[in-house]
Design a protein around this ligand. Structure first.
Ligand code: 13P
Ligand code: SF4
Length: 321
């Protein structure tokens, strides 16, 4: 509508004025994803967001996603201004892995290589040997396992279990979970598959093991989008945040995409296949961030902590180059 068009125009102006670029995740609202694409920004999975932000020559990055994504951008490019539509956009994996407790867990296992998921705070990353995202975690653990390294993994237990099962690596795990993916239900998925026997099932590996076990493709958001283009099926059942449907449908307008069932059929589930923190990102907040920056929008990472966290992040980007 008219007001939204106004905000879109204002954001475009502000991006230019500030030499800023919009970096958005696939779980954000379609209008944000579209705007990022229109303005020369990117819509991506968390690994690609990190790389795009690092390599872009803008002075300011505006990161539409959740806080760890903004922090990662700041750690990788401390001289850029990194803004977020809201600093209140958390992630249950990050919240469920307090740095002091995680450090104590690491101290109990000094002989293990510490591998942490990108969905963590700067302080947790600073304690890690490696940072991974869902798109390259399996390859990295395979590599470390082949060198005989024992692994301490955190914080997502479902992703950890999936990787452990695939690689047979020796892993001790932090027991975190994503509130969105944890809601997918195997029995209901089986029932849905019976109704659509020709559908392919696409699963993000933050989902529980019994959901991953039914998958035709498992991967990061970008990898699932790719699978939806490459698999021959006409129908897909998708077990991840429903924000991803925008891009899938845009790339494959003639295919059918169905949500994998969650706990309460919409009535009682906590997150119903949409991340409550990703949902906090909106056009008004983006305009406000670009206009006012400052305390409510700018990401700061302690420079010392940032330096430590940069090492495992750089390793991640180099491993996957
Ligand atoms: P991707 O790296 O697959 O985009 O995942 C990020 C995330 O938060 C999934 O819930
Ligand atoms: Fe975190 Fe889950 Fe939201 Fe991704 S979907 S940002 S893992 S809470």
């Amino acid at each position: 509508d008219e007001q939204k068009a106004e905000y879109r125009a204002r954001i475009k102006d502000l991006l230019q004025q500030r030499n800023a670029v919009l970096v958005a995740h696939y779980y954000t609202d379609p209008e944000i994803q579209a705007l990022a694409e229109e303005t020369g920004g990117c819509v991506a999975d968390s690994l690609e967001m990190a790389r795009f932000g690092r390599d872009h020559d803008a002075d300011t990055l505006i990161v539409a996603g959740v806080r760890f994504m903004g922090e990662t951008a700041k750690i990788l490019t401390p001289n850029k201004t990194v803004l977020m539509p809201t600093l209140k956009a958390e992630c249950s994996l990050d919240l469920g892995c307090p740095p002091d407790k995680f450090a104590a867990f690491c101290d109990e296992h000094p002989d293990r290589t510490v591998v942490v998921y990108a969905n963590t705070s700067a302080a947790v990353k600073a304690r890690a040997d490696w940072v991974v995202t869902s798109s390259m975690a399996l390859d990295l653990v395979e590599h470390l396992d082949s060198k005989g390294e024992k692994i301490l993994w955190g914080p997502d237990r479902h992703l950890g279990n999936y990787i452990q099962k695939q690689t047979g690596a020796d892993m001790v795990m932090w027991q975190g979970a994503c509130v969105v993916h944890d809601e997918f239900k195997a029995k209901a998925l089986k029932d849905l598959k019976k109704v659509h026997p020709d559908a392919a099932i696409l699963v993000h590996p933050e989902s529980p093991q019994n959901i991953v076990d039914m998958a035709d493709a498992v991967g990061s958001t970008s990898q699932l989008i790719k699978a939806s283009q490459e698999l021959p099926n006409d129908t897909f059942i998708v077990a991840t945040d429903r924000g991803i449907f925008y891009k899938m449908q845009q790339l494959q307008p003639n295919k059918t995409f169905l949500e994998a069932p969650t706990a309460g059929n919409g009535a009682t589930c906590r997150s119903c296949a949409h991340c409550p923190w990703m949902a906090m990102n909106g056009l008004v907040a983006i305009a406000d961030a670009l206009e006012h920056g400052g305390a409510t929008h700018e990401i700061h990472v302690d420079p010392e902590l940032g330096k430590q966290a940069m090492l495992p992040l750089d390793r991640m980007l180099a491993f996957n180059a």
